[in-house]
Design a protein around this ligand. Sequence first.
Ligand code: ADP
Ligand code: MG
Length: 348
Amino acid sequence: MKRTITVITLISLLAVSLAHAESRNPIRNEIYAMDTVISLSIYGTNASSATEDIEGEVMRLENLLSVTDPNSQISQINAADDSVEITSEINNLLKDSLLYSIATNGALDITIAPVVQAWGFTEEAHSIPDDDKLQELLACVGTDHVLLSDTHVTLLDQAQIDLGAIAKGYTTDRIAQIMDNNGIDSGLISIGGNAYVHNCKPDGSPWRIALIDPQNTDGYAGVLSLANAFAVTSGGYQRYFERDGMRFHHIIDPSTGYPAQSGLLSVTIITGRGQSGDAYGWDGAMCDALSTALYVMGEERAIEFWRESEFRFDFVLITEDGRMLISSGIEEYFDPDETAGYDYEVVR
Ligand code: ADP
Ligand code: MG
């Protein structure tokens, strides 16, 4: 009897220490999808099943949302002459995208797709469209070209949609949910410029997320210390082409049809997870939508938006004239890297 108990104790001790070892050794993985590198570090007993679920989810979302895959639901909507039946997931994503468009006064607009295509960013076949062509395409840009019901969507005129500015953020929301479902203790995911940190690091300290210096992309402009939060960066340095000594990047100002020239080099939007609002979630999709939108808005409009809108978030803006502006809520969680040489200001 005594012996059996000892054996059971030994077995359970072994099981505990194995579980402990597994929770300390992360599953680290890199996936190439969504046109970027996705890196994952996951700690916890279910780390390997969570990693599998995450890989499956990334592939599912890529197949659903890609604008270049003719079989994706988004391509089917773009190709249709008439209304298309949609799932509640697509309905929610489109509804949120339209809300963000309206809230940002059109700085974010998923109907910018034909203009992005004309600049060659969709298929990476870059060219400078002529101005007449851009004006013609802008005629079918605007949320009033999207008719959305709970079950169907119709694009009016020649309108097309592209969820590129929000899809990666939405993917991090789904991944956060998968980490919850698998009881993951601690994790980090980064999809291009979209990061999500699940709880703290295994040692209980916050995760550290470095912000790339847009003027020297091998270096950092600073480091965020975060737990249970999203941080999303948009910047002209991320995708661009050069012609005749000029640089053309992939974030388009829907009011002009040209790459946004707002005086900003990069915009990072940060929010804590799980602070659900009324109309919107404070989540990765919101951060992704707003990082693109505030980049288009430029410094003044971005700060005004931060002060006045109902969205709860913080920002780090890096300007062309060498300044780094931080909203007050993130001040104690951000260490600027002085060697990057930006003048540092806190916005209140
Ligand atoms: P990234 O995709 O590099 O993370 P963003 O989240 O800022 O960057 O999204 C940029 C992408 O969104 C572009 O590649 C394009 O497909 C699309 N896009 C560009 N400008 C806008 C805009 N003003 N509103 C909505 N989508 C945009
Ligand atoms: Mg974005």
